[in-house]
Design a protein. Structure first.
Length: 266
């Protein structure tokens, strides 16, 4: 017995909508990230897509999803996963930038060999990397990051409705946005780590002058604990400024995410 008219379209819309949401849930740590079991991530994505299924069908066009062949469905599914990956990479880059800043600080203070488990992912990172990542997660919730991210996803469905294609201009523009996000990730990581970098550089300069003036002083063994304590002190004293910097960084990342959504339209 064939399904009622419109029911198949809702099912297809939910599947395609979930395929776009799933990479974002997979990559953005505050939404679950790798710590959530795969079945929970898939179920959460499908639940969100089912809620928005009527609106997704409307944006796709009346009857546009009622007679989808298996081959076309697979192509549309792959297209939604690609779109979701693009959005997820841009959205998660802000957290990766914070982790990069922490790792850089640990490398400069000589603690890069110390690794601890990241609470939001099944991987290990340096101590300052985890601290910066957790602080970025707190700031993300403080500035209303979840509603902003949901708005960006809904905007992507309006800008690039499900059931359509992904032309060469849109794919090229999306690739450029991902490259720009990667470059911004490195720049943001360096900017967030700048206080620690400057403090460690000044410490190395002072130790170099001491070694020049008094060669008998064991500068190397003196510098290891000194740089470690100095880096931690700079981070603790600048937590308020770091929080403000992360908030401003997130706002710029949300603007970049909006550009990514616009770029997908081509």
């Amino acid at each position: 017995m064939p399904p009622p008219s419109g029911l198949l379209g809702l099912v297809v819309a939910a599947a395609l909508g979930g395929a776009r949401i799933l990479p974002v849930l997979w990559l953005v740590a505050p939404l679950g990230g790798p710590r959530l079991p795969a079945t929970v991530r898939v179920g959460f994505a499908l639940m969100l897509a089912l809620v928005a299924a009527p609106a997704l069908v409307a944006t796709a066009g009346a009857g546009g999803l009622d007679d989808v062949s298996v081959l076309r469905f697979m192509l549309l599914l792959a297209r939604e996963i690609v779109v979701g990956l693009c959005l997820g990479l841009v959205a998660s880059a802000a957290f990766r930038a914070a982790e990069v800043a922490g790792r850089l600080g640990d490398s400069l203070r000589g603690a890069n060999v110390a690794e601890i488990l990241v609470p939001t992912a099944e991987e290990r990172a340096s101590p300052l990397g985890v601290l910066y990542l957790l602080l970025a997660t707190i700031v993300f919730f403080q500035i209303g990051g979840v509603p902003r991210l949901v708005d960006a996803l809904l905007s992507s469905y309006r800008t690039l409705p499900i059931g359509g294609g992904l032309g060469e201009p849109a794919a090229r523009h999306a690739a450029l946005v991902v490259v720009a996000a990667s470059a911004k990730l490195i720049a943001s990581g360096l900017a967030l780590a700048a206080p620690v970098v400057v403090a460690i550089w000044l410490t190395d300069l002072a130790l170099g002058l001491i070694a020049r003036a008094a060669p008998s002083v064991p500068v190397y063994f003196l510098g290891l604990p000194l740089k470690g304590l100095l880096a931690i002190g700079v981070v603790l004293m600048g937590l308020g400024l770091l929080q403000n910097a992360l908030a401003g960084s997130f706002l710029s990342w949300f603007r970049l995410l909006a550009q990514a959504v616009a770029a997908l339209r081509g």
